[in-house]
Design a protein around this ligand. Structure first.
Ligand SMILES: [Zn+2]
Length: 277
């Protein structure tokens, strides 16, 4: 699943290619991803300049000068690429946006859990109403230990589950939650409201560092991710616990174990991340 660093990488790569361009045509080759695709029926998306392209959580927002915007969500296997129109369409390229400079922007999604949605923004640069439930961005100054302390006050659910709640903070997906908990020495089953202020401080710092590092590396390759130019991310080579069950811990002699939490795989070292019970 493309997580925040991948979406940041994709969005940044699209910026110079899409900003200031206009869509001249939108072709749909498969009518339904997670939701029905309707962007091709909207005349207000055509022939208006792209004002800005930005990331919010794991969404790419393409904002037009007329305050209409297109949201991309990449689901499990979504990816985009920019190429010439004569390049043969890949089997799972469901949507092709034609640009006024003759290029095409293509949305590929083999498993079709992603979606593309048209939204209207209240003002330029605003978050769409559809994303108003989202918590702060992890790489901004709004994401602090104090914020987590308040958000976790009455939360007895495991920290691993709580930190992945988009209403608390966006973009901390399964891989990064596992890695940050390991680096902070916090057991993933610890009730969220039982973490100390010091642990929360370290946890927040580690999440920021981990995500920044991953963005720098161009995202992970775990989930079929490809950059706009088809290049692959490199972060997966540096994972410490994610997917490492049965392997030796990198910090001690213990072995990484795997458990399931809310249907998602958690990996941890029983020695470095002792249980709070
Ligand atoms: Zn260990």
């Amino acid at each position: 699943m493309p997580e925040l660093p991948e979406v940041e990488t994709i969005t940044n790569a699209l910026k110079p290619v899409i900003t200031g361009r206009k869509f001249t045509n939108i072709e749909i080759f498969f009518p339904r991803l997670r939701y029905e695709l309707t962007v091709h029926q909207s005349p207000e998306l055509l022939n208006t300049k792209v004002a800005e392209i930005r990331r919010r959580a794991r969404y790419t927002i393409i904002e037009l000068k007329n305050r209409n915007a297109i949201i991309f969500h990449y689901g499990m296997t979504g990816a985009v690429r920019v190429c010439k129109p004569e390049v043969p369409r890949l089997k799972h390229e469901h949507v092709i946006f034609h640009l006024d400079d003759g290029m095409t922007l293509r949305f590929e999604d083999p498993r079709r859990f992603g979606f593309i949605q048209q939204v209207k923004l209240k003002k330029a640069g605003a978050d769409p109403e559809e994303l108003s439930h989202l918590g702060p961005e992890p790489l901004t100054k709004n994401f602090t230990a104090k914020h987590l302390q308040k958000a976790f006050e009455k939360k007895t659910m495991p920290i691993k589950t709580a930190i992945m709640d988009n209403a608390i903070v966006v973009g901390v997906g399964n891989i990064y939650a596992n890695e940050a908990l390991f680096m902070t020495g916090i057991n993933p089953t610890t009730p969220a409201n039982k973490l100390t202020e010091e642990q929360l401080k370290q946890f927040v710092e580690t999440i920021k560092k981990t995500l920044k590092k991953a963005i720098k590396a161009g995202g992970t390759t775990i989930a079929d991710f490809k950059g706009v130019d088809g290049s692959e991310g490199k972060f997966n080579q540096e994972l410490l616990v994610y997917g490492k069950s049965g392997e030796k811990c990198t910090k001690c002699d213990d072995t990484i174990v795997k458990i399931k939490q809310s249907g998602r795989a958690s990996f941890y070292c029983p020695t470095c991340q002792p249980s709070s019970q």
